[in-house]
Design a protein around this ligand. Sequence first.
Ligand code: TXA
Ligand code: MG
Length: 320
Amino acid sequence: MINDVDASIAVAAQALARGELVAMPTETVYGLAADARNPDAVRRIFLAKGRPADHPLIVHLPDQSAIRDWAATVPPAARTLIDAFWPGPLTLVLKKAAAVDPIITGGQDTVGLRLPAHPTAQALLRAFGGAVAAPSANRFGRISPTTAAHVREEFPDGGFLVLDGGASEVGLESTIVDLSSDLPRLLRPGHIAASEIEALIGPLQRPSDDAGPRASGRLESHYAPAKPVVLFGTPAGGRLPADATSSDQWLVLAELPEGSGGLVLGSDPKNYARQLYGGLRQLDAAPGGRILIEMPPDTEAWAAVRDRLQRAAAGSREGG
Ligand code: TXA
Ligand code: MG
């Protein structure tokens, strides 16, 4: 029996083979995919997103054995992490194989590789029979999509197929670990915590830990709503924004201030992460004002969420 899902996956795989883009669900966020072996197709991703050419793309593999086509070598630490976390929300940066087109790597000699866990992504990759390059399916700098509807919102005239795989379960982009040199480095925190990785392969270099909310002007703006975003300390820190007005929307852990509008995302980091991007979109679409966000505690469980919140606010500092 052929059901609708199988049929649309077959159609999407054919579109990829023709060099077209396809938006695909993954367990982290939705990706905008193109045949990773077709530089013209990959170029279309950069055009659609308005993404600068020096921002490398992650290659999504159909299975573990495909890694040999993309990485020059697979060091033992990579093997260990692959056994532990693939398929799943972990991207490994490795020395690239000679055949990998520089358009994917932003001209670098390394490549980001991931094996997604979402059944629809896996079915698409299998039906296509190759790897796809796929950044998050949002316009450059904006909030990553966690539903098919978000993708359509980002690209109303997209002209590409959007596979609907439901809401992304993780809700934040993959953890990225760079294993291309002798010093393993965490490039992006995510659902898989740095400590889980360190337990298996030893210490990771971290992105500098001093990028607190006050220093976020130095962060590249990313994952950003259109409205200004203001971060404030947890109530324990006692710093509610003094200039809040009734047109502001709040994003908080436990309780909205009396008489104000917004969302309560709770104090479980994984649940919060799953709802964050949809919540930001909802508050962005509400009339008027700014988005005032209560910063979760500075603990490892919140590292990925805090990273995204700081970047979401980075473009909004100092009245900017
Ligand atoms: O969860 C995810 O990773 C999602 C889904 C769709 O798989 N993808 C995603 O892609 O977040 P994108 O393009 O939005 O973010 C990819 C990140 C960028 O920060 C990029 O700089 C980094 O991965 N990256 C990719 N290749 C790299 C490389 N060779 N060296 C260093 N960073 C790399
Ligand atoms: Mg992105």
